[in-house]
Design a protein. Sequence first.
Length: 464
Amino acid sequence: MARKKKTRYVCQECGYDSLQWLGKCPGCGSWNTMVEEIVPEETQGAGKGGVRLGLSDAQKPQPIAEVETRDLPRFTTGSPELDRVLGGGVIPGSMVLIVGDPGVGKSSLTLEACAQVARQGKTVLYVTGEESTRQVRMRADRLDALADTLLVVSETNLETIEAHIENTHPALLVIDSIQTMLRPDIASAPGSVSQVRECACTLLRIAKTHGIAAFLIGHVTKEGSLAGPRVLEHIVDTVLYFEGERNAEYRVLRAVKNRFGSTNELGLFEMREAGLVDVPDASKLFLSEREADSGTVIIPTVEGTRPLLVELQALVAPTPYVPPRRTSDAVDIKRIQLLLAVLEKRVHLQIGACDVYVKVAGGIRIDEPAADLGICVAMASSFAGRLLRPKTIVFGEVGLSGEVRAVSQAELRVHEAKRLGFRHVVLPRKNYEQIADGVSGITLYGAATIGEALKLAMPREERG
């Protein structure tokens, strides 16, 4: 008599499973995402049923003080920006997940990295599940990414891919994309929770066992988050988000998880006809088209260890409509509303009834508190129609009572401004007291309140 197959219902958004179908997932609250999947039969492991496992000395628990801590070997991808975000290069045996919108350049970035690694004499295996090998070759011709040890195969069956890995012994493996991979022993469609999770676990085992660095390319949902189960982010060692509008000139690579480096680093790329090009001096590039005008402020942000000067623009205009508009694709709208309330309450600017538009040149998104003071100064400058002091940068955190609070890495921000030819800095009073003696060649103005900062940034004798 044939054994009846066990089934369960799994949410395709978060991976929550249930014995019965539910209209709304209890895990993530999504509707109509529960899909029936067949549960694979469990096999009894070697450690079950009273069988004693033999452990080698390397597998036995040991005191933490005796664990080796030597630096992990790394090899470069040929891209300083990608190496920076990864923490200094690629570690053999690590698994990196690269996520981004369709057309943002994920495949181009990884193919260029594959070619650079192959030119170092290492074998690279590029597995594509979405394109043919001819399409990959056409892209490689355009990117000048041809190398003798760069191998490409179009395959989705994970068992076949594992056989290719055993035969080629690559140093770097690229899977494009993880949502197209299929394990034949799992009775569900490619891209489902079970397939994505089990394929990722299998690839992780292969990478760790053979010391292969693996890059997985993943899709995103319409909300911009990783498509598929959230458990995928926990399986891999590093998660990189590749951001940027399809028609925009610049791309930003951010690490949201990194077991071998910092998650605060940022990589910048310029999209050209011949592919992605590293942008080593982004501050100079973002400021190259700058023109002095009211509502324009230069603010220094810090991403990891990298200072970055960006141009922030604000446009404040009266409007007869209620409620007034607050629009920005670079700064959180709730943050703008909070800073507008501080300006109206503490500085008595009648700015609440105006439309407010905030933009950052180059498409960079700003989310650190050090930009608060720059945003306030830009909005006040546009509202009053006054220019800032020439060659001035502004930074600091703004509190609800109107005080300007100190921020981290103030000296690093000041030195970057000095390198690019700025002569004046408006910064929090506490930061001024900490670094004033160690900085020369640039004038510092310490502000304790937002009203004081506005007077220092826009002195009346330099009215526009």
